[in-house]
Design a protein around this ligand. Structure first.
Ligand code: TXA
Ligand code: MG
Length: 327
């Protein structure tokens, strides 16, 4: 059932964008589309507004949030960029990359949005609608994915409303998102860039630009964990998720890839092939909607066929492993 607040659905036109920007500037919560997933926006400089994000999502702990900026220049003013961060920003912004960099005296993103860390996460989304909105707000906008904590990230306005209707002031309706998995998170804070979360920019593309291999999140000094929100079970549908399924048991729903038809698929409760032509970008774009649809079939188990672990497949398999993790 919707919560106590009437959530307005705003159109992606100048009036809708102006309305959304005004609500954000007034400290209210507005869901907005990016090219990856819908974000739950709040003024990142306003701790009271940021606190409302944690309440609406029912986040159990204060994980740090990504601050969104409309362009590279405004993002650079919020943190200290080393040589690797500069190269990555140059190559992939605007786009589905988040950089974790040291905060500076100029940083306006509040402590709560940063979870008290000496660093902060910055992202310049490629979505023109998101850029218009951010430019109008004129301040960094904190934006975790616009789902209730632990649930599947939203790639459609309907997904946002299913989780947050009545808990947020408005949603800016930009239709389906194009990338479908969240941004890649890279930390540039201790000399070597580290991959904290695979996402919309592939490891192969990052390494090509950096000219080196990427260090992994686990490699850092244990006294200073760099990815506090990255470990728990996440992206969880109601159904149990079974990975690397070579056959589908009776009554299971099946999530497949590349035209594979494992034994038992013909009698599955529901079947979705993420990309019959084996295109990983198409598979990523449809992943979260497919998990929600298979969950809605009522099956107790979603059996997932193998997906290649290269390119965007790394992010897809990461999300599926989290969906399958014990809760
Ligand atoms: O594509 C995306 O990144 C979407 C859209 C809306 O931009 N946002 C998103 O936000 O996925 P969220 O909150 O679901 O994920 C942000 C991740 C978290 O895992 C968090 O732990 C990490 O970024 N993070 C944020 N600030 C950090 C910091 N200072 N140090 C390390 N990790 C950080
Ligand atoms: Mg999330």
């Amino acid at each position: 059932a919707p919560g106590p607040e009437a959530t307005r659905r705003l159109r992606a036109d100048p009036a809708g964008i102006a309305e959304a920007a005004g609500l954000l500037a007034a400290g209210r919560l507005v869901a907005f589309p990016t090219e990856t997933v819908y974000g739950l926006g709040a003024d990142a400089t306003d701790a009271a507004a940021v606190a409302r994000i944690f309440a609406a999502k029912e986040r159990p702990s204060f994980n740090p949030l990504i601050a969104h900026l409309p362009d590279r220049a405004s993002a650079r003013r919020q943190g200290a960029f080393d040589a690797a961060a500069e190269r990555l920003a140059e190559a992939f912004w605007p786009g589905p990359l988040t950089l974790v960099v040291p905060a500076t005296a100029e940083t306006r993103v509040c402590d709560l949005a940063r979870a008290g860390l000496p660093s902060l996460a910055l992202r310049v989304p490629a979505s023109p609608l998101a850029q218009d909105l951010l430019r109008r707000v004129g301040r960094p906008v904190a934006g975790p994915s616009a789902n209730r904590s632990g649930r599947v990230s939203p790639t459609l306005p309907e997904h946002v409303l299913a989780d947050l209707d009545g808990r947020i002031a408005a949603i800016l309706d930009g239709g389906p998102t194009s990338v479908g998995v969240e941004s890649t998170v890279v930390a540039c804070i201790q000399g070597v860039p580290r991959l904290l979360r695979p996402g919309g920019v592939t490891r192969e593309d990052l390494c090509r630009v950096l000219g080196t291999l990427l260090a992994e999140a686990g490699a850092e000094d244990a006294a200073q964990p760099v990815g506090p929100g990255l470990l728990a079970s996440h992206y969880a549908p109601r159904a149990r998720v079974r990975l690397e399924a070579r056959r589908i048991e009776p009554g299971e729903a099946a999530l497949l890839f590349g035209g594979d038809r494992p034994e038992g698929a013909a009698t599955a409760a529901a079947v979705i092939d993420l990309s019959p032509g084996a295109d990983l970008a198409e598979a990523a774009a449809g992943l979260f909607a497919a998990l929600r649809r298979l969950d809605a079939s009522g099956a107790a188990v979603i059996a997932v066929g193998p997906i290649p672990d290269v390119g965007l497949g790394e992010a897809i398999n990461d999300r599926l492993r989290r969906a399958a993790a014990p809760r």
